[in-house]
Design a protein around this ligand. Structure first.
Ligand code: ADP
Ligand code: MG
Length: 711
């Protein structure tokens, strides 16, 4: 899911026109800024004054009043002030030191493991100290370990802080003290220069009762002393929301603009959708569910328009997305055009090919297949039929969108399981579409459910349809979480199930980073199982087999000639064998919840009650235990996605530093989701009444990210 969200944003950025460079004040123009500090700041991706001011505190401390020692409780962080009564000096050459500090109400030990000589020289009996740290229970009572301290004079004590103390995300070599100094300079500079000026219209600020950007920035970097730390920490103050709001607004508007651009392109109206689609539906062994019929109608209506469709179909694993794709593709064929569907894996593309041939050949529709593994003569023949228009429906992997593939009349592109495609592949296929004189319609299908909050924000540029219903007659998969030590019991259960005529998967996930090792693990497991279960027909499939071998194994499994299929995660997406009703997943604790959900979705497709066993290695961390419990409790993909997000935290879902630029700077979709309705409304207002302000807004939040262009 993480990648999916990233890709969408990246894609957005690819399409966004490059705007002029922002009038930013480089951070090195600030007072007190040396080269060394600028280098440290660069590591935090702070290059401009604006970057520095949008590098918000991670938390706050209240150092605005001095607390009596007596009133403290372990766990409190506090400022105390007192006189050193006693120093337990370090033995010669050591740097340890402990002193006892007394105020009018009690005594506190200050423990230092490392004092520098100049510190040791001021920590003497009689010295008056002001300290800040957390109170802990030490071996001899309450203590502070390595408190921040200053020696003060009794007659002229310096004033305590007048605002709460910000604690910034830092990096080695850059102290909090330095960051505080820099942000103060930055705030003062901001007030004098024309940076970070207000963009949002007054009327909007008034309606929402928001302060200006500058006021908000002063507040978050230097909150007034009466502000509640806990409210700040939850990001619930108005000025904090004001900042988040602006960032979310910029995102929303950029997505809406892309949609507008896309919709202004000329599309291919696909007007006929009667004969072929009707015969197709008539020959299907089942009726569409109400949800399928609704989504299919939505697509049908998009396709008849002269503007390109850009629609996302979300439907949980097994909800029946393939039929929806087939119907849309037939509408293109019937109108005299071609349609192509791209699948993320060879295995899935081949399965589509098998299914489509069965469906389409009786209708007289020609289906072609192309992947990187189709070689030489066969490949040339396919390319030719695509080019002449003999091939009506073309299925395959991303090989479909390489240079030499030249479609005669492509009018619809379907991307199946789009979250599995890499950024490059998606950018490529979209470009291919855009180059055409008439932009093909695009249908994007995904089984990875995205929590609503994310979906609304990230897919604003796509229309979306949800298949919120499974075909009838399915029984939910029962899931058990089992320690890997109890393998024998599970093996016995598999034997029973297979002897009753059911089929099973045994999945050996990628444990090491290497596919070779994963395949070895699967091969070994298959061998072990063959000797434990000599009466069963056991097959093996993994990513290093060639397409013919894989195809042969999958066919055999489909036809029931293989009872137990040992596999790597190659079967994760799309594989559809309704008679398989048992799934064993090894090392389940190492897989993400979405991946487990996808794998488990391979069973529970027929009428028989299905079972999934999640094997884990002990010891299990609390988090892992909780994640596996989620799998046991629900089979609802949307709930699993939501829990995944909560357990992992949005930082991880959206990608963090290592994946680059795409996480929000100040917003957090889960935490701030309550703002979204207002953001959406404001985006409409901005686009209709304040177009002139939009370029500056987008530049402020995305302007410098030129690497988007290179994707
Ligand atoms: P997914 O949404 O995971 O891609 P598929 O399209 O592979 O799901 O469909 C899963 C299975 O359900 C297939 O075997 C398909 O033939 C079957 N199926 C799809 N729609 C229906 C329906 N309306 N009634 C019964 N079975 C259906
Ligand atoms: Mg599918």
């Amino acid at each position: 899911m993480k990648h999916e969200v990233l890709e969408v944003i990246r894609e957005v950025c690819v399409l966004r026109e490059k705007k002029a460079a922002p009038a930013a004040i480089p951070v090195f123009k600030l007072r007190g800024m040396g080269k060394q500090i600028a280098r440290h700041l660069a590591r935090l991706e702070i290059f401009s004054l604006q970057d520095l001011l949008l590098h918000l505190p991670a938390r706050y401390q209240d150092r605005t009043h001095i607390q009596p020692i007596r009133q403290l409780v372990p766990g409190d962080a506090a400022v105390i002030e007192g006189v050193i009564k006693n120093v337990i000096a370090p033995p010669r050459g050591r740097t340890k030191l402990m002193c006892e500090l007394q105020d009018d109400t009690g005594m506190m030990r200050l423990r230092f493991f490392h004092v520098l000589p100049f510190q040791a020289s001021v920590l003497r009996p009689g010295a008056r100290l002001r300290c800040y740290s957390e109170v802990r229970i030490g071996p001899q009572g309450w203590e502070m370990v390595h408190p921040e301290f200053q020696v003060i004079s009794e007659n002229r004590p310096p004033p305590v802080d007048s605002h709460l103390t910000p604690i910034y995300p830092a990096t080695e070599g850059l102290s909090q003290y330095m960051l505080r100094k820099l942000t103060l300079h930055a705030l003062q500079t901001m007030d004098q220069e024309t940076v970070l000026d207000e963009i949002l219209p007054d009327s909007l600020l008034q309606t929402l009762a928001f302060p200006t950007l500058k006021e908000a920035l002063w507040f978050v970097h230097r909150p007034p002393r009466e502000t509640l730390v806990s409210v700040l920490q939850d990001n619930k103050t108005i000025p904090q929301k004001r900042l988040v709001f602006e960032e979310l607004l910029a995102h929303r508007i950029s997505l809406l603009q892309i949609k507008k651009t896309f919709q202004s392109r000329q599309g291919v109206p696909l007007l006929k959708h009667e004969k072929l689609t009707c015969s197709f539906l008539a020959q299907l062994p089942f009726q569409l569910t109400a949800a399928q019929a609704r989504v299919s109608r939505e697509i049908q209506q998009d396709l008849i328009r002269a503007h390109p469709m850009l629609r996302l179909v979300q439907g949980d694993v097994g909800s029946g997305k393939t039929v929806i794709a087939a119907l849309a593709m037939l509408q293109a064929v019937e109108s005299g055009f071609q349609a192509a569907m791209m699948a993320p894996t060879e295995l899935l593309a081949e399965q589509h090919y098998r299914v489509f041939r069965k469906w389409m050949e009786p209708l007289g529709v020609n289906v072609a297949f192309l992947s990187g593994h189709v070689k030489a003569r066969a490949r040339n023949a396919v390319l030719k039929s695509v080019n002449t228009g003999d091939a009506h429906i073309i299925l395959g992997t991303h090989a479909l969108f390489q240079e030499e593939v030249d479609f005669a009349a492509l009018a619809l592109i379907v991307v199946d399981e789009q979250h599995r495609f890499g950024v490059h592949q998606r950018a490529l296929f979209r470009k291919k579409g855009m180059q055409a004189e008439n932009c093909p319609h695009q249908l994007v299908m995904t089984a990875t459910p995205i929590p609503r909050t994310l979906a609304m924000s990230f897919y604003a540029d796509l229309d979306s349809s949800v298949i919120d219903e499974l075909p009838p007659g399915r029984t939910p998969v029962m899931t058990s979480v089992v320690a890997s030590g109890r393998r024998d019991e599970v093996v016995a259960r598999i034997r029973e199930a297979c002897q009753e005529g059911r089929q099973a998967y045994w999945v050996c996930p990628l444990i090491e980073e290497s596919e070779v090792i994963a395949c070895q693990a699967a091969t070994k497991t298959a061998d072990d199982l063959k000797s434990l279960l000599p009466m069963l027909k056991i097959g093996l499939i993994h990513g290093r087999m060639n397409p013919e071998q894989k195809d042969k194994v999958m066919r055999a499994f489909q036809q029931g000639e293989i009872q137990l299929l040992v596999a790597t995660t190659v079967i994760e997406v799309g594989v559809d064998v309704p008679n398989a009703s048992v799934m064993i997943i090894e090392n389940a604790e190492r897989l993400g919840l979405s991946q487990l959900h996808q794998l488990r979705g391979r069973v529970g497709r027929g009428a028989a009650a299905s079972h999934c066993v999640l094997f884990y290695q002990q010891p299990l961390s609390d988090l892992a235990r909780e994640r596996l419990a989620v799998m046991r409790e629900t089979t609802d993909g949307f709930r699993i996605a939501q829990r995944d997000l909560e357990l992992r935290g949005p930082g991880e879902v959206l990608g963090t530093r290592q994946t680059g630029d795409l996480s929000f700077r100040v917003a957090d979709l889960i935490r701030d989701s309550e703002l979204l309705p207002q953001v959406h409304r404001a985006a409409e207002i901005m686009m209709s009444a304040h177009q002139d302000k939009i370029p500056a807004l987008l530049r402020r939040w995305f302007g410098e990210k030129s690497e988007y262009e290179s994707v």
